[in-house]
Design a protein around this ligand. Structure first.
Ligand SMILES: Cc1cc2nc3c(=O)[nH]c(=O)nc-3n(C[C@H](O)[C@H](O)[C@H](O)COP(=O)(O)OP(=O)(O)OC[C@H]3O[C@@H](n4cnc5c(N)ncnc54)[C@H](O)[C@@H]3O)c2cc1C
Length: 334
C-alpha cells in the first residue's frame, strides 16, 4: 500500500494546476494519470489552434507565449510539460485509478498500470480531475457501432474525396468541416439547432457562412441522423426524411464525465448532469473528495467550464484544505 496525503487523479491542465496550488500551501500531492501528461490535449485534432489566448491557459505563473494569434496543440503540449517540470510535480503516468473506496482514515484507491499490474494507494484527500474526453455523448441510434463512425476528429487528410457527415454544430464540428473541405472531402453538417451555434469562434463564423452559402459545405439545421448504414445515412429534416450518400460519420456531439467512477465513490449527480459539489470549496458531497476541471461540467453545457476557468479550481481546494488545518505536511511515505 502506497501512502499519500493527497492524490490527484488526472494530469490534465486542471489537475496539474491543482497540484501546483497544493504545493504552494505545503502539500506535495501525487498526480496519477492513466496515460501521458495532458493526454486529452494530445488527442485533440493534430493541427488545431486553441480559441483562448496563450495567457488564459497559463498555470502556476509559468508564462505561455506564442508567435501566433492563438497557441497550437503542439505548443500547449510543450507548455504543460514544461510547467509540470518547472514545478517538480510528482506524476505517476500510465496508472489508471479504477475505484475509490472510503475508509475511516480517508480513501483507498485501486489502480492498475499499463501492464495490468494492480496497485493500491491510501490518501487522506482525493482530487478527481479526470475531465470528460474519454466519454463521448452517444447518439443511441442504429449503426453508431459501425467502424466508419467516430466521435473524435484527428486530421482531414484520410477523408479526401469522400462523403463525410459531421453530426453536431459546435465549434469543433465547424473547425473539422472547414479542414475537411480544404482537403476535398464532401461535407454535410447535420445539426439539431435552428441556427449557427453561439460556441462558434466569432472569426470563424463568417468563413463557415460563406462556405455554406457558396455550396462548398452543406448545412442541415433542425435535423438529426436517424440511422447509419454502410453507404448511406438517414436524416430527418424539417422537409422530411432524406437519405444521403455517406462514407464516414464524425459524431462530434460532446462529452460527459465518467458517472460510474464517481458514483461508486459515493459522489451523487444533480439533475443538470454535473456531480454534486460546493462551488466555494470544490468539495463533493463526499467529504475529502474534491473535483477540479471539466469533470464538474453540466451535461447540456459542457463548454461553460474549460481550461480558462478550471485552472483556478485548485486554488479553492487549497484554501479549503488550509481552513481544515492542512498544509506544510510530509508529502508521502512508502
Ligand atoms: C478541440 C478542443 C479545443 C479546445 N480549446 C480550448 C481553448 O481554447 N481554451 C480552453 O480553455 N479550453 C479548450 N478546450 C477545452 C479544454 O481542452 C478542456 O476543457 C481541458 O482539457 C480540461 O482539462 P481537465 O484537466 O479538466 O481535463 P482533461 O484535460 O481531460 O484531463 C483529464 C485527465 O485525466 C486522465 N484520467 C481520466 N480518468 C482517469 C483515471 N481513472 N485514472 C487516471 N487518470 C485518468 C485523462 O487521461 C486526462 O489526462 C478545448 C477542447 C477541445 C476538445
Amino acid at each position: 500500500m502506497i501512502q499519500e496525503h493527497t492524490i490527484i487523479i488526472g494530469a490534465g491542465p486542471c489537475g496539474l494546476a491543482a497540484a501546483i496550488s497544493l504545493q504552494r500551501i505545503g502539500i506535495k500531492p501525487l498526480v496519477i494519470e492513466k496515460r501521458n501528461i495532458v493526454h486529452s490535449i494530445s488527442q485533440y485534432p493534430t493541427y488545431m489552434s486553441f480559441f483562448s489566448t496563450a495567457e488564459r491557459l497559463e498555470i502556476g505563473d509559468i508564462p505561455f507565449t506564442t508567435a501566433n494569434d492563438k497557441p497550437t496543440r503542439l505548443e500547449a503540449l510543450n507548455y504543460y510539460r514544461t510547467a509540470a517540470q518547472r514545478h517538480n510535480l510528482r506524476i505517476q503516468p500510465f496508472m489508471t485509478v479504477q475505484r475509490i473506496t472510503k475508509t475511516d482514515n480517508g480513501f483507498i484507491l485501486d489502480a492498475v498500470n499499463q501492464y495490468d499490474e494492480p496497485y493500491q494507494y491510501e490518501a487522506k484527500y482525493v482530487i478527481v480531475s479526470t475531465g470528460y474526453f474519454d466519454h463521448p455523448n452517444m447518439l443511441g441510434i442504429p449503426g453508431e457501432e459501425l467502424p466508419k463512425v467516430s466521435h473524435f476528429f484527428r486530421e482531414a487528410h484520410p477523408y479526401t474525396g469522400l462523403e463525410v457527415a459531421i453530426i453536431g454544430g459546435s465549434n469543433s464540428s465547424i473547425d473539422a468541416a472547414l479542414e475537411l473541405e480544404r482537403v476535398g472531402a464532401r461535407v454535410t453538417i447535420i445539426y439539431r439547432g435552428e441556427q449557427y451555434s453561439k460556441s462558434i469562434k466569432p472569426w470563424v463564423r463568417p468563413i463557415i457562412e460563406s462556405k455554406v452559402e457558396n455550396g462548398h459545405i452543406k448545412m442541415l439545421f433542425s435535423s438529426r441522423v436517424e440511422q447509419i448504414h454502410n453507404r448511406t445515412i438517414e436524416v430527418s429534416t424539417p422537409e422530411g426524411i432524406i437519405n444521403l450518400d455517406n462514407d464516414y460519420v464524425l459524431a462530434l456531439t460532446g462529452f460527459h464525465p465518467d458517472h460510474e467512477f464517481l458514483t461508486t465513490a459515493g459522489v451523487t449527480f444533480e439533475p443538470e448532469g454535473h456531480p454534486t459539489f460546493n462551488q466555494e470549496t470544490m468539495e463533493s458531497n463526499v467529504p475529502g473528495i474534491y473535483l477540479a476541471g471539466v469533470v464538474v461540467s453540466r451535461k447540456e453545457d459542457a463548454n461553460e467550464i474549460f481550461i480558462e476557468s478550471g485552472r483556478f479550481h485548485g486554488d479553492k481546494i487549497a484554501a479549503h484544505l488550509k481552513t481544515l488545518g492542512e498544509g506544510n505536511v510530509t508529502a508521502h511515505t512508502e
